[in-house]
Write a protein that binds this ligand. Sequence first.
Ligand code: ATP
Length: 234
Amino acid sequence: MLKIEDLQVAYGGVQAVQGISLEVQPGGITALLGANGAGKSSTLLSIVGSVKPRSGRILFEGRDITGQTPDVLVRKGIALIPEGGRVFARQSVEQNLHLGGYTVTDEAQYRQRLEQVYQLFPRLAERRAQIAGTLSGGERQMLAIGRAMMSGPRLLLVDEPSLGLSPLLVETVFDTLASLNKSGTSILLVEQNMAEALELAEQAYVMQSGKIALQGSAKEISASDQVRKAYLGL
Ligand code: ATP
């Protein structure tokens, strides 16, 4: 589904990503884990075309998408749920969803997706006219997920969805990702919350200082001594 080959990202002299390779299988959930500053967001941003890689290739369904612009990638079926549930703060809930679905030309399909989002998050339906900047952190995260769903992505990239959320809301967000995956969406999940992410994902990669330090099935990674000690506090 998604294949990254030897990706390097640099900001001036800072080598944020130093030649990583990873894969997301069709219909799968892959977790990209690691501490602050490991290079996870930079990897996601280069997949969606917001950051230009220094070198390496990104393939989506076998086609080279390296360096494509974000709007082209949305049309191809890739959507990003940005870190911290970033939404358009001055727009209403419904306008945010509308912007997420701007590539959808079929009115019936647009309505259907909107209904699907409101069914999944009744809270958003109640607040459809509210200005997004006044939503709570959890509501904003729901909106960010809803907005990404509007484009009907086949690959969903999710940046730290649990950041700043209560344990109950983290559960809701992870359940939502699981149900989107069941309905056929492949997911690349970036998380610092390793325990939750490893429960959801099948495959996992652990980044450290811009490199992949460890990779394997989520089961193998959870069982690794290195991970248990360094990240899971066990
Ligand atoms: P976090 O979980 O804290 O978001 P991360 O694993 O997503 O961390 P990145 O945000 O990709 O890590 O950052 C990797 C490195 O690149 C860090 O050292 C960071 O300071 C640096 N970096 C990120 N964005 C920029 C930028 N726009 N300009 C300069 N340096 C940057």
